[in-house]
Design a protein around this ligand. Structure first.
Ligand SMILES: [Cu+2]
Length: 233
């Protein structure tokens, strides 16, 4: 047995408290009634795209549950850089389906692959427009049944815009983090930031339409709960 393994075994047997990473968990909610979603009328006016729907789809800017739970808020540790594990993480997929990007809000790490698919029977033109220097702009046609497109970005950036030059209503927003310490709220408003080392942090919640909230927390050796409540502007 290696000496390091022996030390670990003895520590476990003795019940010695060792500093361990904990999770930051919480719920994101929205107070108030958000503005109504916008029907994708131009989509319906496009013969090819419109034929994919029987009723007009709408935007999903505010995904809110019956108890005010808010989805698509990205919660992250502020000011953590240079900790990316993105190159070793599985790719994240962005699909084009029904002439819309699915999902429209994503979060990845620097160096992590973003794979863009075209599940439609029509052509799309994937055009990412980064605002941060060092993240390359890219503009590529993607045929129906064509090969996936793969992207990766070296610099952190909030809500980088992806658009389609064929269909001007198509947008996705990709946030790029320089660490693994982020999580997105789901339809129950719940998020999790896993394996956070002990320390004091500012936790930031970002929603593309609602802005940013922050809270300070201290992580010790057990999970910490941090809830965020946005207000309709
Ligand atoms: Cu398109």
């Amino acid at each position: 047995m290696k000496k390091s393994s022996l030390v670990l075994l003895l520590a476990v047997l003795a019940g010695t408290p060792t500093a361990r990473a904990a999770d930051i968990i919480g719920t994101v909610t929205l107070n108030g009634t958000p503005p109504p979603e916008v029907p994708y009328t131009p989509l319906m006016n496009d013969p090819t795209c419109g034929a994919m729907y029987t009723t007009t789809p709408t935007t999903h800017f505010y995904v809110v549950g019956s108890n005010h739970e808010l989805a698509n808020a990205i919660v992250s540790l502020k000011g953590i850089t240079g900790k990316s594990t993105g190159a070793n993480q599985p790719p994240v997929t962005l699909d084009q389906k029904g002439c819309l990007y699915v999902p429209q809000i994503l979060a990845i790490q620097t160096g992590q692959k973003l794979v863009v698919k075209n599940s439609d029977s029509c052509i799309h033109n994937v055009h990412c427009v980064p605002a941060v220097s060092g993240n390359p702009e890219s503009n590529q046609v993607q045929m129906p049944g064509g090969p996936d497109l793969t992207f990766a970005f070296p610099q952190p950036e909030m809500f980088m815009k992806f658009k389609c030059d064929v269909h001007p209503w198509m947008f996705a927003w990709v946030s790029v983090y320089d660490s693994p310490y982020f999580g997105m709220s789901d339809k129950e408003g719940k998020f999790i930031i896993k394996n956070v080392p002990p320390g004091k942090y500012t936790v930031e919640a970002d929603h593309r339409k609602l802005g940013t909230l922050t809270k300070d927390v201290e992580v010790k050796d057990s999970d910490v709960t941090v809830d965020f409540a946005f207000d309709v502007k």
